[in-house]
Design a protein around this ligand. Sequence first.
Ligand code: M6R
Length: 592
Amino acid sequence: MCGISSILSLNDDIMNDLIFSLERLEYRGYDSAGIAYLGTNSKLYRERAVGKIENLKEVVEKLNVKSNIGIGHTRWATHGKVTELNAHPHVCDGVAVVHNGIIENYQELKDKLITEGYVFESETDTEVISKLIAFHIKGGENFQSAFSSSLSKFVGTYAIVAICENEPNILLGAKMGSPMAIGLSNDQQNFHIASDAVALSSLTDKVTYLEEGDIVVAEKGKNLNYEIFNLNGEKVARDAIPNVVSLNDINQNGYESFMLKEIFEEVIVAKNTYDRFNCDIDIFKFRGISIIACGTSYYAGLLAKYWIEDIARIPVNVEIASEFRYKNPILPKDSLYVFVSQSGETIDTLCAMRLVKEAHINTVALVNVNNSSIAREADYVIQTVAGTEIGVASTKVFISQILSMLLMCVKKDSVDITTIEKNINIVLNKQHEFARIAEKIKNSRSLFYIGRGTNYPLSLEGALKIKELSYISAEGHPAGEIKHGPIAIVDESVHTIAIAPLDKHFKKTLSNSQEIFARNGKILLITTENARNLVSDFDKGDIDYIFLPNSDPLYYPFSITTAIHLVAYYTAKLKGGDVDKPRNLAKSVTVE
Ligand code: M6R
């Protein structure tokens, strides 16, 4: 949620790198973008534009900026509408700030600053930051002291970077609850502060992650120097680690979108996850397992519940992190707590994990982003080795999450990874069939995904992807629940995608589809080749089929995942939206 980036340089050509790093961060939000910089005359300038970074880039390119210090931001709106006035950086009396997070007590601070004569121009919480720093400077403090004094007044979460016209050689950053990575370029000419290592890929080979309460002070003299101070104001050293995000990870490699590239990577992701799976935890030692996550990661947990309970016979509780953390959860010490997250930064999942840690219970993180906050704070980490996922809608990571959780409860060599790979490949080669389905559903008033067993969480995932990318109202339901209410919505303008491979639920799901069909609902059946003869007795009419490859039913979820991702992809493409950056969303949800 919001991406921040900044550069302090020994040279005056920072602008390309600043915009480049902001573009890398666009997955964190793309409601508006902005930069502030000091020109060679040490004056503060600001440029902002509503919409994606390309709009800002267009403005900046025309300016031919020369600058050696600048900050940038890409916004996912929390407080205040998507307008240029609300776009960051926020500026006051020569101080400019960018912020990721929420200042919860901003109203109280704002009221006080108004009585001091400050006039607010935006609806954001962030504006109090620039104004409060300016207020402290006016009171006689230097930039660094004014920055620290202001931080001590904030309640909430933040990653803040600030520059000041009066002290043009200093770049300040602070982290509390929102991630922040820093790094020096290999030639020691540029110092960067940004939201994550993705922003710094190809700019720094090594990154250092700040810890909660840290402040970084970077200064330019003959060379670039920086110091980190902890919450108590003590100078601290934090390890620099290799920046493993490569340019290859963040390139589209000829695909028309990152999402399509990432769906096509589902085969290799399955193989890598299998080959590199490494888990020291024996789940059979525990009397229960709790899986806590949000969104698609939560659905991966729901799917794993079916497997773990069926195979390992251990009760599994799957919880939405934002609910879990506020419900005074019962935390049996003989349970295993697994926190699933692609980004490793989802604030609700992170806070839920902290709650469990506070009860002195070990936590396991199943995360895709190495060195993310959840990975760093968990007692044990299992990495989903899906590689960097740029598309805002999570796709390939879901495959890695479910396979990892399957591998937690079965012997590795009992899993036929070759079949999983082969079947995902077969699905990928049926693109024209998914495009045909997309053509049918693109104008649906409403859409249902239904399924039983593991096909139920897959229905939730399929519906979420349709909603996120095509903005069609879509619901996932257990097929057996449809007649308990949702069927009231059904008429000829509603499509239902029934996930019914030939497994123990097949006949029942088919019956539930018949019930919808009988009420003029349109049915699209995702089934398996071995069911071809069995679906032919379905009434003739507006029914379409996609036949997926046969396999042991245990492996169906992998090929079905690729199928539902392709359905969502082609539908979104026909609707004309930006599949990589759907409206209103951000990839890393660092606000509650
Ligand atoms: O990074 P996380 O896995 O913790 O993110 C959880 C959700 O925000 C995420 O899965 C979200 O639902 C995606 N937009 C799904 O495509």
